[in-house]
Design a protein. Structure first.
Length: 306
């Protein structure tokens, strides 16, 4: 069993992950593979002291998908567990996943319930199709319904796909040592992978009685906003077609434009920190969308780079 993670300046989280695997009583042999994307926070110095960790040190930040592919290629196990460094695992959940996949050969992707630190269930699952692509309300209602189903379920539940914070899968899914589409630098690489596997008929299940925590975090910098939206339209173009990517692009421009107008008006009435933050955030998003439209950024063949 190979546990693979990509690290970029998250030394403290990495140390906790290494400590977990050193102490966890797992009923199967395993290795921890860390792909470091040129961290500058002392992560490599720490990894140099870890003889029980396979380290792949990149000379630059090559992005999540490309780095994860390098980790996959360096492993030899029958099962892969792809995960972020900011997850809090339990030996019970990992053991249950391993046994479930071993006892159900038809299940090639599996995950426990992924929660926030306060216990709330995250939106770690995907429902693919035009209704969830175009109708935000439908997507929210479906997500809410599925979360309720997870709480009451007595057995594994089939789902279209799961997010990349934690993916337990059969190594056979990796073609030539690769799983992720390397056109994506960051954001939506996991959505594209899940959708591609879904189209191939790969069965994905969630174990409702097992859970882990994903700490998570989100940047609102211009750079990350640009990466997010460029990757979003590239994913849609690849899996639904360029016409739908353009439609969603204009739908986003309308939606974000309306919100910006609202928060600009609200800022004239109240100078609250929250309102001003929202106004600034949507100003950045409008700027990014305008740039993407002007530069022809909806292109499934081009890579997304910072």
């Amino acid at each position: 069993m190979a546990f693979i993670t990509v690290n970029y300046n998250t030394r403290a989280l990495l140390e906790e992950l290494v400590t977990f695997f050193r102490n966890a009583a797992l009923p199967f042999s395993h290795t921890l593979v860390v792909v470091d994307n040129a961290s500058s926070d002392g992560s490599l110095e720490f990894l140099a002291t870890c003889q029980d960790v396979t380290t792949i040190a990149n000379d630059e930040n090559i992005g999540y998908g490309r780095a994860m592919n390098r980790g996959i290629a360096a492993s030899q196990s029958s099962y892969l567990c792809l995960m972020n460094t900011d997850v809090i695992l339990t030996a019970g959940a990992l053991t249950a996943l391993f046994e479930h996949c071993r006892n159900h050969a038809e299940v090639q992707v599996c995950t426990p319930v992924i929660r926030y630190g306060d216990g709330r269930i995250q939106g770690f699952f995907f429902k693919f199709g035009f209704p969830t692509l175009y109708l935000e309300l439908y997507k929210k209602l479906w997500n809410k319904r599925f979360k309720k189903q997870l709480v009451t379920a007595s057995e594994a539940i089939k789902v279209d796909g799961v997010a990349g914070a934690f993916i337990f899968c059969d190594r056979k899914l990796a073609q030539a040592g690769k799983l992720f589409d390397e056109d994506f630098f960051f954001y939506y690489e996991d959505t594209e992978l899940a959708h591609r596997l879904f189209k191939q008929g790969i069965r994905c299940e969630v174990l409702p009685h097992q859970s882990i925590i994903h700490i998570g975090g989100q940047s609102s910098s211009i750079r990350h906003i640009r990466l997010f939206y460029a990757s979003r339209y590239r994913y849609i173009a690849k899996q639904y077609g360029s016409r739908h990517a353009r439609c969603i692009f204009w739908q986003d421009r309308l939606r974000v434009g309306i919100k910006l107008i609202f928060y600009r008006c609200a800022a004239l009435i109240t100078g609250s920190e929250k309102i001003l933050y929202k106004r600034e955030s949507y100003t950045h998003v409008v700027q990014v969308l305008r740039e993407i439209g002007q530069n022809g950024g909806i292109n499934p063949a081009a890579g997304t780079r910072p």
